[in-house]
Write a protein that binds this ligand. Structure first.
Ligand SMILES: C[S@@+](CC[C@H](N)C(=O)[O-])C[C@H]1O[C@@H](n2cnc3c(N)ncnc32)[C@H](O)[C@@H]1O
Length: 360
């Protein structure tokens, strides 16, 4: 049984990958501060479970606010029903909340610690403020993970972030982090994984570092045979309407044949032109607007990707989308969650290596 602490948990792509592999695992704790992500996590992974705590509304509010989850003023104004949903989500998923406030004594023992910390200050389309220790940027939350690594010494660690972490001015911090892990006794493996090479038609290059305490027998980042291979036709929700005539904004790169569909990205049309292809550009939390294009008898039509399609592009099951809808999340919230997340198929590849290592 692999016991997991899923930090910066979001909707729990890590947990989805473990679930899909049908191996023995248990999530012993999560941590996140975003109300929508916390609710999404609960509805996707644990909605049949209820809290055993018999708290009144005041005590529920205090419980959530003390963990630094959501907005204090909003929580104080919540209806009893909404408060109960958030309370259940936090308690059942053992969401420890804000990592900066987290006391290591409250973290159960675990074998795998996953830390896909915020990328906003590292990403090429983000603030570029970096992740220096003490800088107070969201990406510098990486350094908060030291107290968990030193206090709990999990057997395996999994870091995920944008490719930019390994380049330019971020490279020094990346090297320092790897060196820090080595000094703590870990063996590190890292690589840029692009979702398009792991059976999902999305360009999403992400760095993953897998570390093991002590020596390792398996290459923890090796590629395994793909069990799931999806193309654009597996992503499209053919029930979705709302197609409109395509009027190109600028020069078009790529094409779509008669009777076929393609992805369309005109978000940066002034810089890159309009791009059409069978693999879509990276989904991003703050910048939705990826589209589909179809060629019907020589006429071109376009529409935006819907939230179900965005989930499919992250390797989620359709039921994950419908579970999030059961939690009353809007399609906009779901698309933001997708943009922040990790492609499940990539994680499955990595976790397979960890299970293999465990058997040796
Ligand atoms: C890149 S996303 C990780 C998404 C996740 N891997 C998934 O599968 O959806 C980073 C997450 O860190 C959370 N976060 C930001 N600040 C945090 C903090 N101080 N403590 C804990 N989580 C935080 C964000 O709300 C966001 O969900």
């Amino acid at each position: 049984m692999l016991k997991v602490f899923e930090a910066f948990s979001g909707v729990g792509a890590q947990c989805m990958a473990l679930r899909n592999l049908k191996q023995d695992y248990k999530i012993v704790a999560t941590c996140d501060i975003d109300e929508a992500a916390v609710i999404a996590y609960y509805y996707v992974h644990a909605s049949t479970k209820n809290s055993r705590k018999k708290y009144d509304d005041k005590k529920k509010q205090k419980f959530i606010i003390n963990r630094g989850i959501g907005s204090k003023s909003k929580i104080k104004k919540m209806s009893s029903e909404s408060l109960d949903v958030l309370f259940r989500a936090v308690d059942v998923c053992n969401n420890l909340g804000d990592i900066t406030k987290l006391d290591v004594k409250d973290i159960p023992d675990h074998d795998l610690f996953t830390y896909s910390f915020p990328c906003q200050d590292i990403s090429s389309v983000g603030t570029q403020k970096g992740l220096d220790i003490g800088s107070g940027t969201r990406s510098s939350l990486l350094w908060e993970c030291k107290k968990i690594i030193e206090g709990k010494k999990p057997k395996y660690l999994l870091l995920e972030n944008v490719k930019n972490l390994t380049t330019g001015k971020n490279r020094k911090n990346f090297n320092d982090w790897l060196e820090y892990l080595e000094k703590q006794g870990y063996t590190n493996y890292w690589k840029i994984f692009d979702a398009k090479d792991y059976g999902i038609p999305q360009r999403r290059p992400r760095v993953i570092v897998v570390s093991k305490y002590g020596k390792c027998s398996t290459d923890l980042i090796k590629d395994n045979e793909l069990t799931i291979k999806k193309d654009i036709n597996d992503i499209i929700d053919f029930n979705e309407k709302g197609w409109k005539k395509f009027i190109p904004k600028s020069e078009i790169k790529g094409s779509v044949k008669v009777g076929q569909y393609a992805f369309l990205d005109d978000r940066d049309w002034k810089i890159n032109g309009v791009m059409i292809g069978k693999v879509c550009s990276t989904q991003r939390a703050g910048r939705t607007g990826l589209k589909l294009i179809k060629n019907e008898n020589g006429q071109l039509f376009e529409r935006k990707l819907n939230a179900l399609e965005c989930c499919r592009l992250m390797g989620y099951e359709d039921s994950d989308y419908y579970n999030m809808k059961n939690g009353k999340l809007s399609d906009g919230q779901i698309m933001k969650i997708c943009g922040n997340s990790i492609v499940v198929n990539v994680l499955m590849n990595v976790f397979q290596n960890i299970y293999e290592e465990e058997k040796l």
